[in-house]
Design a protein around this ligand. Structure first.
Ligand code: SF4
Length: 350
């Protein structure tokens, strides 16, 4: 495999991944790419929510939105997107997303160098396919993307780390919104993220989140803020109803940028394995993450400031969306276990 001239000027396209959490885990690779290509113009093409997430990111010069649910839907939509990429004059494309769609899109756009993992039968569409070995598949997802870059000749940074940016205005606006809802600007915030878009198997129980939120917020004199997406609003309403203390419930009431500003403002986060968990980790928020059906070795928060709470069950990781075995992996995680992990980490973080 010949080595590309990464530090030459030119237009470099990065096809980002589709899930928010995975997108956070690609940020160490974006940092590595920026360091290797200081003169290139780096443009990200990504789905709308990921485009929002990576707005203002210092390692990206521009973002193109690939709206497969809207103007880029279907085969005609893909051709329209390919046309937009063609007009961008890109000479290289790095595909972080593994689907055949990403390879086909850059092939149709006529981008000469198309680099990515040789997954999904797309080897023929890539100019530089990188074989996926069993060892690569066993890596943590952040390392998986870094390895792709290393295979393409981009050195691993000395201290790779997650990175996201919110502006001072976004942060200040969230703090003033919280203040108007009863959480003063100077007060500590305990974030509770009880959802998981992937499915109910990843979700711990609302009454247990409520108990943890009451216990820790009283001990730490913190305001509690519940977060989540629109479909998760009933879940947060259940937690709110079960709590003795009154939380601020922002579930279903934040954009991606507002959710980021909220997470960046948290003093501590209790969460399921989910996109907001990774966002919180990128902002250096100390957090406890409850894991059940997913593989904590591959998708754990990529930070020293996290504790994973889980129990050993022989069916985990199952990667099921809905549990068909009695949900022992979550039932075994008690409120005492979560509070103990949170206290230990908070004591270290102080
Ligand atoms: S099958 Fe096992 S690991 Fe999967 S959700 Fe159910 S109890 Fe958890």
């Amino acid at each position: 495999m010949g080595s590309p001239t990464w530090n030459s000027p030119g237009a470099l396209l990065v096809r980002g991944v589709n899930w928010l959490g995975d997108a956070v885990l690609t940020t160490p690779s974006l940092g590595a790419l920026r360091a290797a290509c200081p003169q290139a113009r780096i443009t990200l093409v990504a789905r709308p929510l990921v485009a929002e997430l990576l707005g203002h990111h210092p390692d990206i010069d521009g973002i193109l939105v690939y709206d497969k649910g809207g103007r880029h839907a279907g085969a005609l939509g893909m051709l329209r997107m390919a046309g937009e990429l063609r007009r961008g004059g890109f000479d290289r494309a790095l595909l972080l997303q593994n689907a055949i769609d990403a390879a086909l899109l850059t092939f149709l756009a006529g981008i000469p160098e198309r680099m990515g993992y040789a997954t999904d039968a797309r080897r023929i569409l890539l100019s530089r396919p990188v074989p996926v070995t069993e060892e690569i598949l066993s890596l943590h997802h952040a390392e998986y993307y870094l390895r792709l870059l290393a295979q393409l000749g981009i050195p691993r940074p000395e201290n790779p780390a997650l990175s996201l940016r919110v502006t001072e205005d976004e942060r200040a606006s969230m703090r003033s919104r919280l203040a108007s809802l009863g959480v003063p600007e100077e007060s500590r915030i305990l974030g509770i993220n009880p959802g998981a878009t992937f499915g109910s198997a990843k979700r711990w129980f609302p009454e247990r989140f409520a108990k943890v939120a009451d216990t820790l917020s009283e001990e730490w004199d913190a305001g509690v803020v519940l977060m989540g997406s629109v479909p998760e609003m009933p879940l947060s309403a259940e937690i709110e109803a079960a709590m003795a203390r009154k939380p601020v419930n922002l579930a279903g009431r934040t954009t991606v940028r507002e959710l980021m500003a909220l997470l960046a403002s948290c003093s501590f986060l209790v969460t399921n394995d989910s996109g907001p968990m990774h966002i919180g980790a990128a902002f250096g928020v100390p957090l406890v993450a409850i894991f059940g059906p997913t593989d904590w070795r591959k998708t754990s928060p990529w930070t020293e400031k996290a504790r994973i709470v889980r129990v050993e069950v022989d069916c985990s990781p199952c990667h099921l969306r809905e549990c068909d075995r009695g949900h022992e992996c979550m039932l075994g995680v008690t409120t005492e276990m979560v509070c103990a992990a949170a206290r230990e980490l908070m004591a270290e973080a102080r």
